[in-house]
Design a protein around this ligand. Sequence first.
Ligand code: GUN
Length: 326
Amino acid sequence: MWRRSLESLVFSISRRYVAKECNMAQLIDGKSIAQDIRKQLTQELKELLTTGCPVPHLTAVIVGEDEASKKYVANKMVACREVGISCETKKLPASTTQEELLDVIAKLNKDPQVSGILVQLPVPDHINERTICNAVHVDKDVDGFNEQNMGRLALDMDSLVPATPLGVKRLLEHFNIETLGRNAVVVGRSKNVSLPMAILLSSDGRYNTKALDATVTICHRHTPPKELARYCRNADIIVVAVGKVGLITKDMIKPGACVIDVGINRIKDEKTGTFKLVGDVDFDEVRQVAGHITPVPGGVGPMTVAMLLHNTLKASKKQFSDRNSC
Ligand code: GUN
């Protein structure tokens, strides 16, 4: 009798332990998926060159001395070279005027050797970011920040799509995350990440984009915390891109939801005294409830770089085909 009770106790504890292990969210390893995409792009580029298309070339423009921006751009250049895209960085002083920057962009727009242009953001305060994004030629706008590309995206037309939301879309597809009719919450309303993310999630595929067909809610700084928690708890997919440590907690997650963390925050690790990167999601807690989760670093970040390469190849192909069809 005692033995049987003990056995059943051990069985029930071990079952709970196994269930807890199994219930841990599946990790979305963006780093490894991005690496595979980069390999595919390398192959695609090799094949493209055999058709007579010139080697794609990306020019990055960086204004000022922001260390993080310099590092991001340097990473992008390394990634370009790895897949065979030629690239260069134009470094301009922080004192560069808007007119001077517009002049640099106009020259790059006209240069037939340049297939993609990227102006690293943020630009210094005396320069209007929107004016700069709109000045980049729509066909060379590998960031997808130009108003024409944004407008085309909103209308479900083929366009150069901003790299971060495009990377998130690829992750959802990779893991077969169902989006049709599901509730998606985008936390944050930046024009370069959250807005195109919300547009992609709600896309209907009527023209020439692939539909995701989700029901989308955008939450932002004026969404009361209680409401944010309520919207999140009702979401099958959460994409958070705010830049606030610990914003998304376990109690805000519907069991099995897919949680995509776009936030990048540099914090001091109290144990070691060194700095580390964390996202906006309380990763260790949320992974106990979510179905899928991206880590920071190693989740969305590498996908952004891979999608920039994808866009550069796409831009190059279009320019080549437009030149040949004239
Ligand atoms: N600054 C931070 N992210 C980005 C990006 O994806 N593109 C550009 N141009 N600037 C950025």
